[in-house]
Design a protein around this ligand. Structure first.
Ligand code: ADP
Length: 715
């Protein structure tokens, strides 16, 4: 009872205590009277078995009322013993040694029983109290959804049940297969000066490692003499008791809970059982917390990936790099993070740094990696995750040196590849040993893959944009040149043509007949050049969206007749013929007369040019299928099948050695198609190599009274 009433108000307690003594003595008195009556009734003079009955009573008193009252009762029994199990002599008049032995034996047995009862009673009360405490803390451990909070609650709750001096909670890191200390609570000076976090343990290493490996709890009564104990370097051993209990649910090992209490044998098996219960609940709570965190982390990873999809145009390199680093830091809570990216000079520079712990100005600024370093990082076998960068022999010397300088205790190297291209790598580092689940690592790798794509895409876009800009510039320069060249050619040509015709007319004096012919050729050739120049000018105009067409309603027959008249001299020169067959009714279309004329000119000139012998050209104009149809047919060399698909491309000419002496630039048919399509029409070719070609142009018929603007879009 002493245990229960400790700390009650003094006065009441004294009275209560006195009452228990009275009750004990009264119980002895009552039993004595009952036994005396029984002896008298049954006429038993000396009943030694009464001693046994008294001893049992004393045991019961000890159980109910505690040790003090039981001892008082024992004294009472001794006093009245004369009358029950010693020959009645009154007042301890022992007759024999045997009487004395009787009494002493009886008292000793009673005292032993009292002691036993008291101890077990106390034990039971303690147990009950601990059970109550445990019941009290369990829901708090289980309720929490945050792993850190679980650990705090466990450390605190354990303290309420076991008065420890050092609490250590290790988590099992599946990736590195080591036990990593994640929580340490020191409650005595001798534990405060040691940095336990520097210690990571493999399975079977130290009591903690042994507990993890065997999945059984361990009690070390005196750790100072136990060779299995492993301490951080520089720790002085002190006598202490240690309990190490693995945290396991199902098959999975979560880690190990270790408690230390100063003094050899200061922790008991009972404490061990309590710890087992706490450890089991902790494992459950951690499993819950982990599931919750998994879900949260997945959402985070997805939003990071989403942020890297670069839907926003115009993000700069630095912005993309920063986003990537930020994503990694959010996901991993890294103390330091670096992102190395392959840059235009073909080397890997630091693109961005992040994390919570970079000391001012200490973040790397971007010296490029050496070829060795790149080779190591790009190797697909590279260890991505290291718990102990300083000691890990898988790391090359330079990586170890770097991490050592920064005081890094755990690191992850995440290579980033876009297809076969090694676009860079992210380094995440912690100053404390870290543990990671494989799922977390996979998520980081997923983000790395997405980051690689983001970097690659942006670089590709950048290259593409550069190329496109160069092309536009080239095109502009080409057109400008075309414009200038055409103008510069046109003016002197007009002068040459002018003088030539003055000479031919004889306005400058009589020409000898031989010169007449020369002058004629001069005029023809300058006409030819002029034609080419006109075509180039038109081409420049066609490609310059700014130059509008002069649309008007016109009769295509007029355009065709004029064009035929222009080509006749060339046909005549080669002794050929041109047959024209035009519908009797007007072939009205809406168009630019000048451009349409150029298109028809080109077809006619080709018909002349590509006829080996005297050209025989047939031109027809009619209405067909609601269209105005113009056909220019020749009986010339024809066009090979392979060339037909590309015939209307700019600068395309059929690659035929026979055509080497035929002048041309390959823009004629391109212009024809541009003009025709600009009028909402289409052009097609049919040809039999060796027999001739027929070009057919279809243009929409002008609606009655319609003119100009209602026509198709301008190219
Ligand atoms: P160019 O006449 O200046 O070479 P074009 O664009 O007018 O350029 O014609 C492209 C090519 O198409 C010509 O080089 C020629 O090989 C082929 N071609 C055009 N018209 C005919 C035709 N009527 N008969 C045979 N080949 C032709």
């Amino acid at each position: 009872m002493a245990f229960v009433t400790r700390g009650a108000p003094a006065y009441g307690a004294v009275i209560q205590r006195a009452l228990t003594y009275l009750a004990a003595i009264a119980a002895v008195g009552a039993l004595a009277i009952a036994l005396a009556l029984t002896a008298w009734v049954l006429r038993i003079p000396r009943v030694e078995t009464f001693l046994l009955i008294f001893v049992l009573l004393l045991g019961a008193i000890a159980w109910r009322l505690g040790r003090g009252p039981a001892i008082a009762a024992t004294v009472a029994v001794a006093i009245i013993s004369d009358y029950f199990f010693i020959t009645p002599m009154g007042l301890f008049g022992f007759r024999s040694v045997s009487d004395v032995v009787h009494l002493i034996t009886g008292i000793l047995v009673a005292l032993a029983l009292i002691q036993f009862v008291t101890v077990s009673r106390r034990q039971q009360l303690l147990l009950r109290r601990r059970k109550d405490l445990l019941q009290d803390v369990s829901p708090r451990i289980i309720q929490s959804l945050d792993a850190d909070e679980v650990l705090n609650t466990v450390a605190e709750a354990t303290l309420r049940v076991i008065d420890y001096q050092h609490f250590r909670l290790y988590r099992w890191d599946e990736a590195s297969e080591r036990l990593i200390l994640v929580k340490s609570v020191a409650r005595a000076e001798s534990y405060e000066h040691t940095d336990w976090h520097t210690l990571t343990l493999s399975l079977g290493e130290g009591i903690t490692g042994i507990a993890a490996q065997s999945r059984r709890p361990f009690l070390v009564p005196d750790a100072s003499v136990d060779p299995r104990m492993v301490y951080p370097i520089g720790t002085t051993r002190i006598p202490e008791s240690i309990i190490s209990v693995p945290m396991v649910t199902g098959d999975r090992l979560f880690g190990v809970l270790s408690l230390a209490r100063m003094g050899a044998r200061s922790l008991s098996d009972e404490d061990l059982r309590l710890m087992q219960s706490i450890a089991a609940q902790t494992a459950l709570a951690l499993a819950h917390a982990e599931q919750y965190a998994e879900a949260e982390q997945t959402i985070k990873a997805l939003s990071t990936i989403e942020a890297l999809q670069l839907t926003e145009a115009g993000l700069t390199d630095t912005e993309v790099d920063n986003r990537i680093v930020q994503g990694f830091v959010d996901l991993s809570q890294a103390d330091y993070a670096t992102l190395r990216v392959l840059q235009a000079d073909g080397r890997y520079h630091v693109g961005a740094t992040g994390g919570r712990q970079w000391p001012d100005n200490a973040a790397p600024v971007g010296g490029p990696l050496t070829a060795d370093q790149v080779a190591w990082l790009a190797d697909p076998k590279v260890t991505v995750y290291v718990t102990d960068p300083e000691g890990d022999t898988r790391l090359p010397e330079w990586a170890r040196r770097g991490t050592q300088l920064a005081g890094v205790k755990a690191g992850i190297f995440l290579p980033m590849r876009a297809g076969p291209r090694f676009v860079g790598f992210a380094g995440l580092y912690w100053r404390r040993p870290r543990w990671l689940r494989p799922e977390q690592l996979q998520r980081l790798q997923l983000v790395a893959a997405q980051a690689a794509i983001a970097i690659d895409t942006r670089q590709a876009l950048e290259r593409e944009r550069g190329r496109a800009e160069a092309l536009v510039e080239q095109e502009r320069a080409r057109r400008e040149f075309m414009q200038i060249a055409s103008h510069e050619l046109r003016t002197p040509l007009t002068v040459i043509r002018g003088y030539a015709s003055l000479l031919e007319e004889g306005s400058l004096g009589e020409m000898p007949p031989a010169a007449q012919h020369a002058i004629r050729t001069l005029m023809d050739k300058s006409d030819e050049i002029r034609g080419q120049v006109e075509r180039m000018l038109l081409l420049a105009r066609l490609e310059d969206g700014a130059a509008a067409q002069q649309m008007t309603e016109l009769d295509l027959r007029t355009v065709v007749r004029d064009a035929v008249e222009r080509v006749r001299p060339q046909v005549a020169l080669k002794q050929g013929t041109v047959n024209v067959e035009l519908a009797s009714a007007p072939l009205t279309v809406v168009g630019d007369p000048e451009r349409l004329a150029t298109a028809v000119d080109n077809l006619l000139q080709n018909a002349v040019k590509f006829s080996a012998g005297p050209p025989e050209i047939e031109v027809s104009g009619s209405r067909a299928d609601g269209q105005v149809r113009l056909i220019v047919k020749d009986h010339g060399i024809g066009i090979p099948v392979a060339a037909r698909g590309r015939l209307f491309e700019k600068f395309y000419r059929v690659n035929d050695p026979e055509l080497n002496n035929v002048v041309g630039t390959g823009i004629g048919l391109y212009i024809v198609r541009q003009v025709v399509e600009g009028h909402g029409g289409r052009v097609e070719v049919a040809s039999q190599p060796g027999q001739g070609s027929a070009f057919e142009i279809d243009l929409p018929v002008a609606r009655e009274g319609a003119s100009g603007p209602a026509q198709p879009a301008i190219p």
